[in-house]
Design a protein around this ligand. Structure first.
Ligand code: ZN
Length: 129
């Protein structure tokens, strides 16, 4: 843990009366605030959770892995951080599905091209079917 994370957390709370107070928490296990999908070693945005389990205080224990540089870490993260990571993973999945669709269309276009060329060259015969 770096020294920055050892600082007490301060949270301002507005009471129903309109007064606000500052709540200072010491010794609380703090959480890393970085984007979880970014690798701290190589800056790749491909970090993925490989294991996860619920922890107290609406937190999650995550084991994270970077497929680019093989970085691995386990840590405790807030539900909000985990939700943001899930959003990134959903975007990554949507990107992959878009790429798959484009690749499938490109393959089909290539097959149609070759079929048309074969037809034009009289290479397709009735016994092919
Ligand atoms: Zn990495």
């Amino acid at each position: 843990m770096n020294p920055e994370q050892e600082q007490p957390s301060i949270r301002r709370i507005v009471l129903p009366s309109g007064r606000s107070i500052e709540v200072v928490r010491f010794g609380e296990r703090s959480h890393s605030v970085r984007d979880l999908h970014i690798c701290p070693e190589c800056n790749s945005d491909l970090v993925q959770p490989v294991e996860w389990s619920e922890a107290p205080d609406d937190c999650w224990n995550l084991a994270l892995h970077c497929p680019n540089c093989n970085w691995y870490d386990e840590g405790l993260y807030t539900a909000e951080q985990v939700r943001e990571l899930e959003d990134r993973l959903d975007e990554g999945l949507a990107d992959m599905l878009r790429d798959l669709k484009r690749l499938t269309q490109a393959n089909m276009a290539d097959q149609v091209d070759r079929f048309v060329k074969a037809l034009a060259a009289d290479q397709i015969l009735p016994e092919d079917f």
